[in-house]
Design a protein around this ligand. Structure first.
Ligand code: NZQ
Ligand code: ZN
Length: 388
């Protein structure tokens, strides 16, 4: 096990009705709030918007809104948010929505305290040193951005999607009410669940020995998603199952499961290139990539894949290691299929015309992945295997 520091500053406020406490929680962060959300749609229809506004006003906070966030958020709206923050003297941000809203809010919080262009952070041209305090209400259990140190942003200029990570990016608090996810359409629920599962996969598959404690936490988290995702797909108002998924999201991505080990992240990097060009939902890029990535790399550590099959998929430990490894990969793919997400590029409506370009961009800064380092040729081979 490697040395590590784990510091998750985000306070999780979990359960029914907790969104009503947003005013008092924001009051601890500042006085003038940028309220960032998708805009029209479910936030207004389900009454959440009014609850939030009432709570913020009751706490005596001044509120300015910024709406219009789209999935795979684009840096243009972030720039607009930065301008508003500077002009209006905003001193804290509230993000209400999923990863796209929360990640945009993180970037706005960085840009508001920086003199240059906010995209500089995503080009790693400037270090991350400060961000406006951020509170979030998560409405999709998926990315784990509600407690993560990460922001992922798309720049339409070049069709690139890049991520940054630093402890400074963690929100101060995250309000998680599973009831707020009842309105999620089945597809959004499914790709969210796949994303949670993938965050664990990216950490579980390591070459680091002697990480049994975190292996067990990873396995518990994967099993929780496997058991509960089909239940919420069947009945979107199953509170118990929604709650399990909502709790799994931040714990899969707040860094705990990766402590003491080298993580992978190659699949995410390959997925970002797909979203950057085709605007595919993030979780859907992972349901396509993960099984093919597994098939490509399992021989690097068959024992680990065999352990995955036995402990996560209840395979018979008496089987040959290789057979177990392949069984675990097949079960993963079956699971994704069972929740109706694409497992090939073709199913996502993507042809093979830009694979070379995607592989090139993916490895622009060198090989990706920690379990097995993947060079452009490897990435291209995986993309090709994903075609159909
Ligand atoms: O626009 P509307 O119609 O309002 O629909 C929204 C949104 O467009 C809808 N939605 C959200 N909550 C809802 C709801 N619909 C009904 N009921 C609700 N309760 O969902 C649509 C998708 O939202 P989005 O925020 O894009 O989804 P997600 O949370 O999956 O975020 C994806 C983004 O996060 C990044 C991804 O790459 C992608 O850009 N990630 C962020 C990470 C992080 N910060 O740690 C890590 C992840 O690996 C990921 O890369
Ligand atoms: Zn993800």
């Amino acid at each position: 096990m490697q040395n590590f520091i784990f510091d998750c500053k985000t306070r999780l406020i979990f359960g029914k009705g907790t969104e009503k406490t947003v005013g008092e929680n924001m009051k601890r962060l500042g006085n003038k709030v940028l309220f960032h959300h998708y805009g029209e749609g479910y936030i207004k229809e389900c009454g959440l918007y009014d609850v939030i506004m009432d709570s913020l006003k009751e706490a005596g906070l001044e509120v300015i809104e910024l709406t219009g966030v789209k999935p795979n958020p684009e840096v243009g709206l972030v720039r607009k948010g930065v301008e508003i923050c500077k002009k209006e003297g905003i001193d804290c941000i509230l993000a209400v929505g999923g990863g796209s809203v929360m990640d945009s809010a993180k970037a706005i919080g960085l840009g508001a305290l920086y003199d240059g262009d906010v995209w500089d952070f995503f080009e790693h041209k400037t270090p991350i040193t400060q961000m406006l305090p951020l509170g979030v209400i998560s409405t999709i259990p998926a990315t784990g951005s509600e407690a993560s140190d990460t922001s992922v942003m798309t720049n339409d200029d070049g069709q690139i999607k890049r991520h940054i990570a630093d402890i400074i990016l963690r929100p101060s608090f995250a309000i998680l009410n599973p009831e707020l996810t009842y309105t999620l359409p089945p597809y959004q629920t499914a790709v969210g669940g796949v994303d949670i599962f993938s965050h664990v996969v990216e950490r579980y598959f390591t070459q680091e020995p002697d990480v049994d404690y975190t292996d067990r936490l990873c396995e518990a988290t994967m099993k929780t998603v496997i058991e509960n995702l089909p239940k919420v797909m069947e009945n979107g108002k199953n509170y118990a199952a929604r709650a399990e998924i909502m709790l799994a999201a931040p714990w899969a991505q707040n860094g705990l499961l990766g402590t003491g080990r080298i993580e992978d992240w190659g699949s995410h990097m390959m997925g970002h290139e797909i979203s950057g060009i085709y605007n595919t939902a993030h979780g859907a890029t992972l349901s396509i990539i993960i099984p093919q990535w597994m098939t490509y790399v399992y021989k690097e550590n068959v024992d680990r894949f065999a352990q995955y099959a036995v402990r996560v998929w209840d395979a018979d430990p008496a089987l040959e290691k290789e057979e177990l490894a392949l069984y675990g990969i097949e079960k993963t793919k079956e699971f994704f299929r069972s929740v109706h997400v694409p497992v090939t590029l073709k199913e996502a409506g993507i042809d093979g015309s830009r694979l070379e370009e995607m592989a090139e961009k993916c490895c622009k800064n060198g090989p990706v992945g920690g379990f097995k380092q993947l060079y452009k040729e490897d990435v291209l081979a995986i993309y090709r295997a994903c075609l159909e």
